[in-house]
Design a protein. Structure first.
Length: 166
């Protein structure tokens, strides 16, 4: 879930609302902290760059306030807010069609890996949970990214949540 929130923040899910993206960053960082996890290095750098962009757009005080507000939200509240904010647009017809197609393209094990990625688990954690080697988890994730035309685990997590597949 934390990776999905970061993916949504990075994708500018808030559109013209950088405050909402700052809140998503706060919520994702808190979810990761609650799990005792940190972002993978690439996603961490991307998130840092996006937070810098949002800070420049909002100003220091507004960014800090929105980010802090995001850290106080529980995930159920964040999901409810995302649904309300999207007015049902989180899963549009194109995403629904693509998710149905992806469900037939991704193997059941790849769907398992995608679900755990969306929950914010690292590759070693996924390997332990699914009783696989880390190399196998890495290969499944690479296949997911290739099949879906995505470039990062955060994007895959966000896509899975947005389409309702995970």
């Amino acid at each position: 879930m934390a990776y999905a929130l970061i993916g949504l923040a990075l994708a500018g899910h808030g559109g013209a609302d950088p405050a909402w993206s700052a809140r998503l960053h706060g919520a994702a960082d808190q979810a990761l902290a609650d799990l005792g996890h940190a972002l993978e290095p690439l996603e961490g750098r991307l998130a840092d760059l996006d937070r810098q962009r949002l800070r420049a757009a909002l100003g220091d005080a507004a960014f800090d306030a929105e980010y802090a507000a995001g850290r106080t939200l529980d995930l159920a509240h964040v999901l409810a807010a995302l649904r309300a904010k999207g007015s049902g647009a989180l899963v549009n017809e194109r995403d629904a069609a693509v998710s149905g197609e992806a469900a037939s393209v991704l193997t059941p094990r790849e769907l398992d890996v995608l679900t755990l990625v969306a929950q914010g688990l690292s590759n070693p954690d996924i390997a332990r949970r699914l009783v696989l080697s880390e190399h196998t988890v890495h290969r499944h994730l690479a296949n997911i990214l290739r099949k879906l035309g995505l470039s990062s685990r955060a994007a895959a997590a966000a896509w899975g949540v947005r389409t309702g597949l995970v």
